[in-house]
Design a protein. Sequence first.
Length: 791
Amino acid sequence: MAEDTKLWLKPISRRKFLTLSAAAAGGAAALTTLSWGKKVDAVSNSGSQDEGVKIVPTSGSHNCGGRCIVKAHVKDGVIVRITTDDAPDTEARPQLRACLRCRSYRNRLYHPDRLKYPMKRVGKRGEGKFQRISWDEAITTIAEQTKRIMQQYGPEAIYVHYASGNAGKVAERVWMQRLLGLYGGYLNYYGTYSTAQTQYATPYTYGTINTGNSREDWVNSKLIILWGWNPTETIHGTNTMYYLRRAKEAGAKIIVIDPRYTDTVIGLADEWIPIRPTTDNALMDAMAYVMITENLHDQAFLDKYCLGFDEEHMPPGIPPGNSYKSYILGLGDDKTPKTPEWAEAITGVPRNTIIKLAREYATMKPAALLQGWGPQRQAYGEQFVRGGTVLAAITGNVGISGGWASGAGYQARTQKIGSIPIKNPCKASISCFIWPDAIKRGKGMGAADGVQGVERLSANIKLIFNLAGNTLINQHSDCNATAQLLQDESLVEFIVVSEQFMTPSAKFADILLPADNYMERDDIVTPWGFGDYLLFMNKAVDTVFECRNGYDWVTDLADKLGLKEQFTEGRTLEDWLRYIVDETRKNHPEFPTYEEFKQKGYYQWQYPEPAIAFKKQIEDPVNNPFPTPSGKIEIFSERLWKMNNPKEIPAIPKYVPSWEGPQDPLREKYPLQCITPHYRRRSHSTFDNVPWMEEVAPQVVWINPIDAEARGIKDGDKVKVFNDRGAMILPAKVTPRIMPGVVSVPQGAWWSPDANGVDQRGCANVITKYHPTPLAHGNPQHTNLVQVVKA
Ligand SMILES: Nc1nc2c(c(=O)[nH]1)N[C@H]1C(S)=C(S)[C@@H](COP(=O)(O)OP(=O)(O)OC[C@H]3O[C@@H](n4cnc5c(=O)[nH]c(N)nc54)[C@H](O)[C@@H]3O)O[C@H]1N2
Ligand SMILES: Nc1nc2c(c(=O)[nH]1)N[C@H]1C(S)=C(S)[C@@H](COP(=O)(O)OP(=O)(O)OC[C@H]3O[C@@H](n4cnc5c(=O)[nH]c(N)nc54)[C@H](O)[C@@H]3O)O[C@H]1N2
Ligand code: SF4
Ligand SMILES: [Mo]
């Protein structure tokens, strides 16, 4: 097997990559009847595309931020070229154009390192030593272990891990959940690594997470604030940048608040406001201070729709001094007015900038404050989420065209799309981030630890199915600690991984299954938050080697567990896709037939006007209360008050100084804040091994010239980024595009520890901390202190 990870350790030229791939593939081809070499060669040879070429419409199914039309040009069973949407590009339907990742897809599909056969672990767990086995042996072993663990520990010991690598409606994870549901159940998770805090905290204000207008409405905004949001790189819905650009052309002022001078700042912004990570709530508090003291807030809106802004609008029984206004003006317990001077010292944002920003947001109406998800992936990310919702309410920007209520990406208008039926008799659920605790001390964990659905868990996690994900190691916090945890076979007794590559997580498998690739199967995908469409993913080429489709192998497993009939209901995969379309048509009679949909590859709903979140609630509040306990926008939350943890879970949003934030004494040892944002050349860890992407955007740590000079670091130098949790070596990019005191390591590089455990690739999660956030029990993967030295 070709597992030459050195291929992507060093940036290599496209020509050299092709030579290497061809050589590696030559060896592999000898093992199979399929002409692998020919396929690999085709990556370099995209010449004669027209004769005998069939064009197959599909779409990427990664957790990549977008969902685009991808057209595979297939000749003699090989994809020779990839193009994208070529339908007329109109305002009513802008093209769903693919980004560089799907366009480079042949490099991933025909990568010499693709896993080709089922394997079992032969070395120590995590060591990466495997032996080829047959599918029958793999499925028999999985069936035996599932049976044993179910009998010995019960369903709460069986965990289908968060895994976002395949977003298809008929992904392997879905089939496994369906099968385990029939077999007795499995431990659920709630939340995501993406939006744990946004999802959890937003409903405390509004009663729902679907708080966004549709993007066509941005042209109606006079001011747009992108707060910790970088859609140029992260996309957040194919065409988000198109709609933002239209808003700009229509005259909107655009401000970006981010420690980095991002690509979004370059392409869109009128103003960049750099801010120290974890301190956004101090800026929000001071903005509220300016609005209140200059009487710029929308008192009529607050009186009519909100609870807890001032002492006159508090729920009964709450002692005086606990309203939001009292906190802002320093009339509460802390006796500290949240002045611009106060906030400047915390955030690093000059007081005049704060005053100007507050005045602009309060007066340039309608205005949209779009919260990104970076600042919520922080130690107290819930405060950021709630803080933004309150500013939207104070300025009266909720429920109106051109305004915006909360986090980006959760549009109020949704469609009801059919799904594969899953019935899980097990009600227990953990936050998707806290599985290490559920391994170590699950039995007995309850609500305070982030368990929902049951009073206490009855078992520790003993069996993990990790199907299309790298959060077992790479994407979860603190790789070194996680690796140690997983190495211990007395804790998790059995791990099944389905993958396309030997990723850091795959190395921890006991049974490793080779998955098919999205070009090799039929599926249906929904877009991210925005867009109102559905795409059919047509199979373009046959599956290679012994890679198999999820439905196939999970059906075999169902058979071994005596559940084949119940699991399949006699349906083929195509029958299930028809089922999804039929269910969708029940809710949306206008949706095309299966045949029409498959042939065209997409369906897009058309609406006469943009969706405006909470329009009804604002226009007719008597008949349309907000879905909160009080029926109002809850600036003060009685539910949070009752949690009785005012330091970490205050009833009103406020600045909570963060551990490993700028005020943590640990800064003496680790003086730099390290954020770990998403990178345009990858979808998380997916595409890290595609050398063309390394050419486009190498793995580097951004460091400000001031911090670099103090350390004798020059642009391109190899540096060591480290803290007590781990260390990595990677090149430095010395750039004023990041503020002093902050460094940035893009998340997703594959963890590659050397003999001393020092990561040689730049995996962000060697320095991140496993420390769930207080309310959502989510991931704070942008909260880190580190030191950087020349390597
Ligand atoms: N190219 C690409 N696109 C993607 C993905 C990918 O891996 N690659 N992943 C997709 C997925 S699953 C998700 S969840 C989304 C993620 O989308 P986001 O969570 O919005 O993306 P991030 O890059 O983590 O953070 C956004 C910005 O927040 C800034 N930031 C970090 N900390 C702070 C802070 O404390 N305050 C402020 N004001 N800003 C801060 C970062 O510098 C960054 O520019 O992206 C999606 N899109
Ligand atoms: N430090 C830090 N860490 C983060 C974040 C951060 O901002 N900072 N962001 C977090 C976020 S928002 C997210 S969503 C997670 C994402 O973390 P993951 O869900 O682990 O996503 P990926 O890293 O893309 O891993 C997906 C894996 O699936 C594999 N795969 C792709 N397609 C298929 C398929 O069809 N079948 C199978 N079996 N496998 C397939 C890919 O090869 C890849 O290894 O990472 C989180 N981790
Ligand atoms: S990776 Fe995602 S955003 Fe890029 S083309 Fe593919 S589906 Fe679209
Ligand atoms: Mo995510």
